[in-house]
Design a protein around this ligand. Structure first.
Ligand SMILES: Nc1ncnc2c1ncn2[C@@H]1O[C@H](COP(=O)(O)OP(=O)(O)OP(=O)(O)O)[C@@H](O)[C@H]1O
Length: 264
């Protein structure tokens, strides 16, 4: 489904601020794979995601989705295939617009643009049906401005919008990190439900090792711009946080020092 072959990315090459962010990364995802991505600060997780989304070009290598080489595609063209949710609940939705207007825009992703934002009654019924399973009461607030929602409500809505047009690939970039623990748990449960029901191929960055172990069928751990650990299926299911730390030490030849990972 997703094929990343030997990609590399260096920021500010040839300057004193040069930073090698991705060394030589290859990754193949099967249809419906739900991969959690962990790693310390600066390991290259967001750079990997940004490379896939087309935020910037990679220096080397190729990226394909369903056999189509998208390496040279600009970000807006890739957006037809890719749904993305960021850490900041303020991104991904339009605060000044109503819930139904946001959903109407999301449902038209990849189709011809239209000047008509408002939703006819048939769409409203569809939107209520989509929102009700979130159990956040949003189905009764279609005309509320999104800016009035809590961070968790807004992230759940963003998730719904990012998946409405059935993306080939869903990228979740620490999408629960800015929420309080209880709300984060709820949004993560909603994520697991949507991804599972829709069989969405998904990459999810998290700083929480337990979440990384609990969610998905595969886990990759990045370190110094490389994929250091890649576990899936039964092996992942039986893994504990101490197992993961031991695997890291063995593969990296040093102890994990990232506070954000160890304290999560
Ligand atoms: N646009 C950029 N310009 C310059 N350097 C960058 C840029 N984006 C990332 N980097 C650097 O590349 C390295 C990898 O960053 P990246 O954001 O991919 O790490 P990460 O694993 O997502 O870390 P974190 O968990 O802290 O978000 C870091 O050293 C970072 O400072």
């Amino acid at each position: 489904m997703l094929d990343i072959v030997h990609i590399a990315k260096t920021f500010n090459p040839g300057t004193i601020t040069e930073k090698i962010a991705l060394v030589d990364v290859s990754l193949h995802l099967d249809d419906g794979d739900f991969v959690t991505v962990i790693g310390g600060n600066g390991a290259g997780k967001s750079t990997l995601m940004n490379s896939i989304a087309g935020t910037f070009p990679v220096d080397r290598g190729s990226i394909s989705i369903d056999g189509e080489d998208i390496t040279s595609w600009p970000e807006h063209r890739r957006a037809k295939y890719i749904g993305r949710v960021f850490q900041d609940p303020m991104m991904g939705t339009a605060a000044g617009m109503m819930i139904e207007e946001n959903l109407a825009i999301a449902s038209r992703r990849g189709k011809m643009p239209t000047l008509r934002w408002s939703a006819p009654e048939s769409n409203r019924t569809k939107f209520r049906e989509l929102l009700a399973p979130l159990k956040l009461g949003l189905e009764d607030r279609l005309e509320s401005k999104v800016g009035l929602l809590s961070g968790g409500q807004r992230q759940a809505l963003t998730l719904l919008m990012a998946t409405m047009a059935n993306p080939k690939l869903l990228l979740l970039d620490e999408h629960t990190a800015a929420l309080d623990p209880k709300t984060a748990e709820k949004v993560l449960d909603i994520t697991t439900k949507i991804v599972g029901e829709r069989h969405l191929t998904t990459l999810m960055i998290t700083h929480n090792m337990r979440d990384a172990l609990r969610c998905g069928n595969r886990l990759i751990m990045m370190y110094d711009g490389k994929i250091l650990i890649d576990v899936k299926g039964e092996e992942k299911k039986n893994l504990t946080v101490p197992d993961l730390l031991a695997m890291f030490e063995k593969a990296a030849g040093s102890e994990l020092t990232s506070d954000s990972l160890l304290l999560s």
